[in-house]
Write a protein that binds this ligand. Structure first.
Ligand SMILES: *Cc1c(COP(=O)(O)O)cnc(C)c1O
Length: 338
């Protein structure tokens, strides 16, 4: 099967497994797991930030950050497409007692002007207290759209002048940096907290890292424990993360090239109405009226391709390190011929 449902379906490579087997481990909660300590040190240094926390999932790193930034009743500004709003089980409300102010966007990116229009007057007791701005890069529901770095800089300036925190959901930040050529420290300099996923395009089986300034990390240690994310001999999975950061970043360009091929093939497919491709590893497309995503998925499954339904007539395909160039060529031939 050519599995294009998500970049989370990858299995650890032989090299990664070998690295995991060799991990030296200890009790992480006692601060004694060498691999976790090394991964956290590496991530913080990479982004030029003060600290980092290894966590089981990207949902947890985002939710810890939101809780560290806010108090109950506060408001978080984010896109209506944001993963923290759509796909984290209502966690902003459940975990932090915070509400959201949603920005309507085309692809999940927005401007400082959009943010400004959603900041409540802090002196008006009727309004929730705006505390945090959250951006996602790349944007999952935005077909992997990558932000214009200039917009991020302007949002940082606005957050500084309005005393707002700024969090980055960087589940696919390395895909963004592959596309925009920016360096981790450039992102680290703009945000108070950054969440990166090791289990997406980087190919690790488990794990995310929350990277941030001292205060976020200090509070984050407590919140990670509260959320049940403080693990013990987590070095076995942290070792996979270390391997991923060392070996699997440069190859993300291959995934982007393959996604561009898929977008091209889907544009030739007679059943597609509109193909959205944000320039990284995700393609989202809609089918012409009269077709349904479920039928389309059945049809391609019979030809050996798996994809994900994202709406009645919309489907997502994601490229990753477990689909080969040959499989992509095969998938493109099939899709273009439908
Ligand atoms: C996958 C993802 C996350 C975190 O997901 P987990 O499955 O909890 O690791 C967060 N944000 C975005 C944009 C994602 O795609």
């Amino acid at each position: 099967m050519i599995d294009l449902r998500s970049d989370t379906v990858t299995r650890p490579s032989a090299g990664m497994l070998e690295r995991m087997m060799k991990a030296s481990v200890g009790d992480m909660i006692f601060g004694e797991d060498p691999e976790v300590n090394e991964l956290e040190r590496m991530a913080a240094e990479m982004f030029g930030m003060e600290g980092a926390l290894f966590c089981p999932s990207g949902t947890m790193t985002n939710q810890i950050a939101i809780k560290a930034h806010t108090r109950p009743g506060d408001e978080v500004i984010c896109s209506r497409m944001a993963h923290i709003y759509l796909f984290e089980g209502g966690g902003v409300a459940f975990n932090s007692g915070a509400s959201v102010a949603l920005i309507d966007t085309v692809n999940g990116t927005f401007t400082a002007e959009d943010v400004k229009q959603h900041i409540n007057n802090p002196d008006d007791p009727h309004r929730a207290f705006t505390r945090l701005v959250e951006v996602e890069n790349t944007v999952n529901r935005g077909a992997g759209a990558c932000w214009d770095f200039k917009d991020l800089k302007r949002i940082r300036e606005l957050c500084d002048s309005r005393h707002l925190g700024l969090h980055l959901d960087g589940a696919r930040l390395f895909n963004a940096m592959t596309a925009d050529g920016r360096k981790p420290e450039e992102y680290g300099a703009l945000f108070d907290s950054v969440s990166i996923c090791l289990s997406k395009g980087l190919g690790a089986p488990v794990g995310s890292v929350l990277i941030g300034n001292r205060e976020i990390i200090r509070q984050g240690v407590r919140i990670r424990k509260l959320f049940g994310g403080a693990m013990r001999q987590a070095g076995y999975i942290a070792a996979a993360g270390i391997y991923a950061l060392k070996n699997n970043i440069l190859r993300l360009a291959d995934d982007h090239r393959n996604a561009a091929f898929l977008a091209e093939a889907l544009n030739k497919c007679s059943l597609t109405e509109k193909v959205n491709y944000g320039g990284t590893n995700i393609v989202i497309f809609t089918l012409k009226p009269g077709n349904t995503a479920s039928e389309f998925l059945e049809k391609i499954k019979a030809r050996g391709i798996l994809a994900l339904k994202t709406g009645e007539r919309s489907i997502r395909m994601v490229t990753h390190l477990d689909v080969s160039d040959g499989q992509i060529r095969e998938a493109c031939d099939i899709l273009a011929s439908l």
